[in-house]
Ligand binder design. Structure first.
Ligand SMILES: [Zn+2]
Length: 321
């Protein structure tokens, strides 16, 4: 894989989950200077002949007096932003469609304006009510949808990224344990989005790596005990159990990922590495991490950053939230 330090393929869009209270569960989108957002999407894709699209709602925020600004993931064009006019006053055209994580079909106006689509109406396909009632499953879903929205860039991977997120939501809805599903599906999404960690061979000698193992953030890959001294840092240590699970998760097709079980230590170590790795290459933190941390550690005394992974050298910009 090619590290893209500081490269922003598109404006940041993410969940802001500031409370554990489901009644107050709100998602906000922060849209940066996004001029090249639609341009880059539009040039690589044929114009849709039918102005409707399957979509998974990523974020919703109030816009002006009566409108809602919605970001949503699509299988043909990746993440899009649209305005639902008057949606706050009358929700009839969008009944139950404007909730983050909902799987919907959006009908778009014939012509988008600059970077914005205009949503004419929506039809709900699936709302995943059970996963919304369980904070841990909701936390996993929020992280996966944020990763999918951020990494849905490579045109030939868009369909698969959409399908992977939709599958993950459906499985969480069915009650599959988020502890195992989250790291396995996140690893798949990262691979599809062009951030596939190199886990099979040592980045130094090319051999099957032997412990003690280290993960190099700049190289996005693993180094064996003999080579880690020469590996470019920051480095994170990786225990052999976690490494084997991740390697297996990377090799398995998506429909077999549920066979894997990540114990808490392996789950946390995997997520620590993903978090540092994505932050290193995207230049920003996923907003949903803080929600996930609150969910798995309600007392808040030990976060992902101080989990079970020993830092060999400190990833730069290390900060909570
Ligand atoms: Zn080596």
């Amino acid at each position: 894989m090619k590290p893209r330090r500081g490269g922003h393929p598109r404006p940041p869009l993410y969940f802001e989950l500031s409370t554990l209270n489901l009644e107050l569960f709100q998602a906000e989108v922060f849209i940066g200077p996004g001029r090249n957002f639609r341009e880059s999407v539009g040039q690589d894709h044929p114009i849709m002949t039918e102005r409707q699209t399957p979509a998974i709602v990523l974020t919703v925020r109030e816009y002006g007096e009566a409108d809602l600004l919605v970001t949503f993931l699509t299988p043909e064009r990746g993440p899009l932003t649209g305005i639902a006019k008057h949606a706050r006053k009358s929700r009839r055209r969008f009944a139950h469609c404007l909730e983050p994580l909902s799987r919907v079909v959006f009908f778009l106006s014939p012509k988008p304006a600059r970077d914005l689509e205009f949503l004419q109406k929506g039809e709900l396909v699936r709302s995943f009510p059970s996963l919304r009632r369980d904070l841990k499953r909701l936390g996993a879903a929020a992280l996966l949808s944020e990763v999918a929205g951020l990494l849905a860039g490579p045109p030939d991977a868009l369909q698969e990224i959409f399908a992977t997120l939709e599958d993950a939501l459906a499985l969480l809805e069915q009650g599959e344990p988020p502890d195992s599903l989250l790291p396995a599906f996140m690893l798949h999404l990262m691979g599809l989005g062009g951030y596939r960690p190199r886990l099979h061979h040592c980045g130094g000698c090319g051999a099957e790596p032997e412990a003690p193992l280290a993960f190099s953030l700049p190289k996005g890959g693993i180094f064996c005990g003999a080579c880690r001294g020469k590996a470019p840092g920051p480095l994170l240590s990786l225990n052999p159990g976690t490494w084997k699970l991740l390697r297996l998760a990377q090799d398995l097709p998506r429909h077999k990922l549920l066979r894997l079980r990540f114990p808490p230590q392996q789950r946390d170590q995997s997520l620590v590495i993903f978090r540092a790795f994505l932050r290193y290459h995207l230049g920003k933190n996923l907003k949903s991490w803080s929600f996930w941390e609150k969910v798995i550690r309600p007392t808040g005394n030990k976060g992902l950053n101080s989990g079970h992974t020993d830092k060999i050298s400190s990833p730069e910009g290390e900060s909570h939230g």
